[in-house]
Design a protein around this ligand. Structure first.
Ligand SMILES: [Zn+2]
Ligand SMILES: [Zn+2]
Length: 269
């Protein structure tokens, strides 16, 4: 069985708790044959990540990891950039001179809410519909930006608040989701299946099985899978569940990337 993990952070991300070496060793132990580091690149000047990303050091780290893992593990150089429409053209300008195998674009905040913090405490006055509408508006802009190969953890609001969002998956919700999925399909943008904190914190898979089935029905074929692990012990968390959802939605392969070029990785190769 093929096991490729396209969402991992090492100490080249400010919140990474494992060195690249330790993450690679854990990946080999967990049976992965190919991994892609997706270190954070942040544009929010108030965020602790701002200015931390160092492409030169990261590139050197990737070269060392490739040499160490040769013949055992394929190591891709990827990125996860934080997206907000408010950042304007800065994202594209910063990305332009850098080279990656794979670039993941992720929306982590919308309508003034840091979505990543919501599982720790939902504000009493949170308007879930408004948050979803603003989140979808951000993702729509991201999908049309031309800056990423894949949309990270779509829908992130559902992932972080599955119990609150599940009952709101009404006709409006699916219209919004399918509009963005069509935009991704038309633009050759993949969607990601992200299993972070699925098991240890009960968060949702994103994209989950329902979104995957609709994506496939609309003609979507580009799909990446990752655990979003930030420490070696989390390297495979939720990966089996992600793979199950991918298979149940009818996919027989996931997508890998080399220098931006997508290729099929059959699930049963
Ligand atoms: Zn993320
Ligand atoms: Zn991540």
């Amino acid at each position: 069985m093929t096991r490729v993990n396209y969402h991992l952070h090492s100490t080249y991300s400010v919140d990474g708790k494992g060195t690249m070496d330790a993450m690679c060793a854990a990946a080999v132990r967990a049976g992965f044959t190919e991994i892609c580091f997706t270190e954070h690149l942040d544009f929010d000047r108030g965020d602790k990540d701002y200015g931390f990303f160092d492409d030169r050091a990261y590139s050197a780290g990737i070269a060392e990891a490739r040499a160490r893992c040769a013949g055992r593990l394929t190591v891709r150089k990827g990125l996860e950039f934080d997206f907000r429409r408010a950042y304007g053209t800065e994202v594209g300008e910063v990305l332009a001179p850098m080279e990656f195998d794979f670039v993941l674009g992720s929306v982590h905040a919308a309508a003034g809410y840091p979505i990543y913090r919501l599982p720790d405490g939902v504000p009493a006055d949170l308007d879930v519909r408004e948050l979803l509408a603003e989140y979808f508006a951000e993702v729509e802009a991201l999908a049309g930006s031309g800056w990423c190969h894949a949309i990270g953890h779509f829908d992130y609001v559902y992932k972080q608040l599955p119990a609150l969002v599940a009952p709101r998956r009404d006709a409006w919700y699916w219209r919004e989701v399918e509009r963005i999925l069509r935009l991704c399909i038309g633009g050759g943008v993949a969607i990601e299946v992200n299993s972070r904190h699925l098991l240890d914190r009960g968060l949702g898979l994103a994209a989950d099985g329902e979104i995957l089935a609709r994506y496939r029905a609309l003609g979507g074929r580009l799909l990446t899978a990752g655990t979003d692990a930030h420490r070696p012990s989390d390297i495979a968390d939720g990966f089996a569940e992600a793979e199950k959802a991918i298979r149940e939605a009818g996919f027989t392969a996931v997508t890998g990337y080399e220098r931006g070029r997508p290729y099929d990785v059959p699930l049963d190769a």
